[in-house]
Design a binder for this molecule. Structure first.
Ligand code: GDP
Ligand code: GDP
Length: 436
């Protein structure tokens, strides 16, 4: 299961500054791609080789003291339910406030681990002020930190990642693909889900006082096993308008992070929109397998060339994220729904495909010899050999004398050659350079 850390706290305590610090080392190239609206409130972070997703809740509901009872209270409740760890930020410049206490009252009831970060603690005095927040009775410890200069954040992160479940634990569903169904509103996600599972997913039991967590449902369809990391069954918790976006974003982030393969639906009658590109970029950055499903194909006036033309246009616009299978489908007319599942299975196979070191080097070394890395600052880079590492998405390490001199363009060249030779349809290929 993916680890999701939600940053909560009243306005101006420094949530977004801290958020940016946590994700800064992981800003991916695709964030700068044209057409990708960069989501500043959601990102990936890594600490001591543990990966997690960070959400800055402050970005969704802009509140003040008087919106607490409505929007903010609800938002904190949603954040608690949907995340694995809550990071509660308070401000040592202002000290403990009534609004902090309101937040604490809700957080204290949660069963999720809560960490208190006493922010802006750059000076000795403010560092001392941090002790005030023990009064909140939350977590084991108050962590004095500065999101602005990073001090104290190491200790905080050590404590947070220690709460993550062991990734080594045995998973009885290992080997069965987990699928997340993603896409803009109205592209046909629920209809697709209904068509797959034969149940009316829109009927949701709403037992007062109970909230079902995201559940993984195991399906067998056309003789294939798969798991839908389905969050559609959760009852709608958001009542406040601003929180509806927050809630549905959290839900789809969670489904995405917990999946192996994302089926991204587009509406054929509308083509590729920037929001679609952002969803694909999220899946790409999270190194998930991707299948593009162009739904509502029944609505398009077409001849024998329309599909090929449209596929070409879409993939050109998605470059360099243009490695995924594309299926033209209609849920309404039950057209090619099975093909989507077949593609999911193929991409899943690719995800676990391992190229032997000898085969890899036989193929790649001659290519590298023909087109060696360009010299940089008069230095000759010599790549000696390469290996595929056992990670959930295809990742290759190239061993060489001067890894720091290898340019991005050469990394892309190698990615392209790996893809030409070994396929990996539907998956991003990652390459690293190391000395040994
Ligand atoms: P948010 O509303 O909780 O997301 O808070 P912001 O991150 O936007 O920060 C609010 C204000 O506090 C800004 O003026 C920041 O420059 C300032 N700030 C944020 N973090 C720190 C910090 O660690 N130390 C100090 N001294 N100021 C900070
Ligand atoms: P969601 O918001 O992505 O879950 O989308 P829905 O499944 O609720 O579908 C939105 C609308 O699109 C509904 O009116 C569906 O009946 C319609 N719809 C879904 N799939 C298709 C399709 O393949 N063709 C057509 N014409 N309409 C579809």
């Amino acid at each position: 299961m993916a680890n999701i850390v939600a940053i909560v706290g009243r306005p101006n305590v420094g949530k977004s500054t801290l958020f940016n610090r946590l994700i800064e080392s992981r800003v991916a190239i695709t964030d700068n791609m044209p057409g990708v609206t960069r989501d500043r409130h959601y990102g990936h972070a890594v600490w001591t080789e543990k990966y997690f997703t960070v959400i800055d809740t402050g970005g969704y509901v802009v509140g003040s003291e008087d919106t607490f009872e409505g929007a903010i209270r609800e938002q904190v409740e949603i954040a608690i339910d949907e995340s694995s760890v809550v990071l509660f930020v308070v401000d040592t410049m202002t000290g403990l406030t009534d609004l902090d206490k309101e937040f604490a009252n809700i957080l204290r009831r949660s069963k999720k681990p809560v960490f208190v970060a006493a922010n802006k603690a750059e000076t000795f005095e403010r560092h001392q002020t941090a002790a005030e927040f023990y009064e909140l009775g939350l977590g084991d410890e108050v962590f004095p930190i500065s999101g602005a200069d990073g001090s104290g954040t190491g200790e905080l992160l050590d404590a947070i990642v220690a709460k993550f479940p062991d990734s080594g634990e045995e998973n009885p569903n290992e080997g069965i693909p987990r699928i997340a169904i993603l896409g803009r509103p109205n592209v046909g996600k629920s209809s697709f889900l209904n068509a797959l599972t034969g149940k009316d997913r829109s009927i949701v039991t709403n037992i007062a006082g109970t909230t079902r967590d995201a559940i993984d449902t195991h399906y067998r369809l056309y003789g294939k096993d798969f798991i839908l990391t389905d969050t559609a069954g959760i009852r709608k918790k958001a009542k406040v308008h601003d929180n509806i976006e927050f809630y549905s974003t959290l839900r789809s982030i969670k489904a995405l992070e917990n999946s192996d393969i994302c089926v991204v639906l587009l509406d054929a009658s509308q083509g590729l929109e920037s929001q679609d590109v952002s969803i694909i970029a999220h899946a790409h950055n999270a190194k998930k397998g991707i299948v593009l499903m162009i739904n509502k194909w029944d609505l398009v006036e077409k001849d024998s060339k329309t599909a090929d033309k449209m596929k070409k246009e879409i993939l050109e616009r998605l470059a360099p994220m243009n490695y995924m299978p594309v299926v033209f489908a209609s849920v309404l007319e039950k057209q090619r729904i099975f093909q989507v599942i077949e593609k999911v299975m193929e991409v899943y196979e690719n995800k676990t495909k391992k190229i032997t070191t000898s085969k890899l080097n036989e193929t790649m070394l001659p290519i590298i010899e023909n087109t060696p890395p360009p010299m940089l600052k008069g230095k000759q880079i010599k790549i000696k050999y390469c290996v595929q590492v056992p990670t959930p998405s295809p990742t290759f390490i190239f061993f060489c004398n001067l890894p720091q001199y290898v340019q991005d363009s050469y990394a892309r060249f190698l990615q392209n050659k790996l893809r030409e030779n070994f396929g990996f349809e539907g998956l991003p290929i990652t390459v690293f350079f190391r000395t040994k």
